[in-house]
Write a protein that binds this ligand. Structure first.
Ligand code: AHG
Ligand code: MN
Ligand code: MN
Ligand code: MN
Length: 334
């Protein structure tokens, strides 16, 4: 094990947040504690995933259909409950909204206005869970605004309202990547310590990269402009296709190697499949912080205002030059 400074090994998530905010204010401490708790949720989920094949009732489906109309995996439910349990006695977060819950979950403890809301996708890429391929969790933190009328309508605002966002990648190692608006930083879980330790600070996405990541099985459902872009990529040297079926893993590759991920709308579903509040907006926040771009096709993802909690948006995200090139095909057609 290469000699790493003790200081580096002690740069845990909670401490890094305080360093980034250059402050020990109550607010900074709250955000630090929230990130620490997200780390705990990630550890609980990683632990269960790592032993899934050896335990009863971890893999497979529950038999239910969620608000998205998707088959629910047992891991979806477990991970969803992990985030709720971790924040229940925290006094930090008043409301949780996730892909797996029709309505937000309210934590009854005294929740003054201005307390935080956690938006999350507990298991992203759940079609990979039963075949032991990487999955992720995606999260975003927003401030609660105004009286909550029980429908969390204050959440129906653009991604520019996000205070922090990030993801956990449950891969060969478990990594947590986050941003609070002061750059993008990655932590690797050291199982021997049970801590997420800083492994990459101020990650910058290359302006261009070789990877294009899209489900070409949908080729004939796309708008012609997207088909034209894929034909361009097929004809030009220097591109390589990578698609794992889990957004977090595909984005993580592009964050480090450059390139573009696309989940475009289709003629039948122009808004696409991915959900804005807990998939595309958090990732857009993060990738922009790394110097990349995230577009819904004709506008930045971060400017899209959802009309409902589970609103979907098309997604074109990654290296600045690659996202801009895809948009140029779309504009040509308009
Ligand atoms: P989730 O498992 O949270 O529902 O998300 C799955 C998403 C995303 O992770 C992935 O990029 C995409 O669905 C894959 O969709 P297709 O199977 O249609 O390509
Ligand atoms: Mn799902
Ligand atoms: Mn997802
Ligand atoms: Mn999910």
């Amino acid at each position: 094990q290469g000699e790493r400074s003790l200081d580096r090994d002690c740069t845990t998530l909670s401490r890094h947040v305080l360093q980034q905010l250059h402050s020990f204010s109550a607010d900074a401490q709250d955000l630090s504690a929230i990130m620490g708790r997200i780390g705990l949720a990630a550890k609980l989920i990683a632990r269960r995933l790592s032993r899934a094949g050896l335990m009863e009732n971890v893999l497979g489906v529950t038999g239910d259909i969620n608000v998205q109309g998707e088959t629910v995996k047992k891991m979806d439910v477990y991970a969803n409950e992990v985030f709720i349990s971790v924040f229940k006695q925290s006094g930090l977060v008043c409301r949780l909204a996730s892909e797996e819950m029709e309505q937000p979950y309210y934590i009854p403890e005294n929740c003054p206005i201005g307390r935080y809301t956690l938006l999350y996708d507990p298991i992203d890429g759940s079609s990979n869970v039963d075949i032991n391929i990487n999955v992720g969790s995606i999260f975003a933190i927003r401030q609660q605004e105004g009286e909550d009328d029980g429908t969390a309508s204050d959440l129906l605002q653009s991604g520019r309202k996000q205070i922090a966002a990030g993801y956990v990648l449950y891969g060969p190692s478990t990594m947590l990547v986050y941003s609070m608006g002061t750059g993008v930083h990655a932590f690797t879980l050291d199982p021997s310590l049970g801590e997420f330790i800083l492994s990459n600070e101020n990650i910058r996405i290359p302006h261009h990269g070789p990877v294009y990541s899209v489900n070409e099985g949908n080729f004939w459902q796309w708008e012609e402009s997207i088909r034209d872009y894929i034909r361009y990529v097929h004809r030009h040297e220097g591109y390589t296709a990578r698609y794992s079926g889990a957004l977090v893993g595909d984005i993580h590759r592009i964050l480090f190697q450059g390139g573009v991920f696309l989940y475009p709308g289709t003629v039948k579903k122009p808004e696409g499949k991915l959900r804005l509040l807990y998939e595309t907006a958090p990732l857009a926040f993060l990738i922009e912080q790394a110097g990349g771009r995230a577009s819904a096709g004709t506008q930045d993802i971060l400017d899209v205002v959802p009309d409902k909690l589970h609103a979907r948006s098309p997604l074109i995200i990654g290296s600045k030059e690659d996202v801009t090139l895809v948009e140029s095909f779309i504009q040509e057609r308009d």
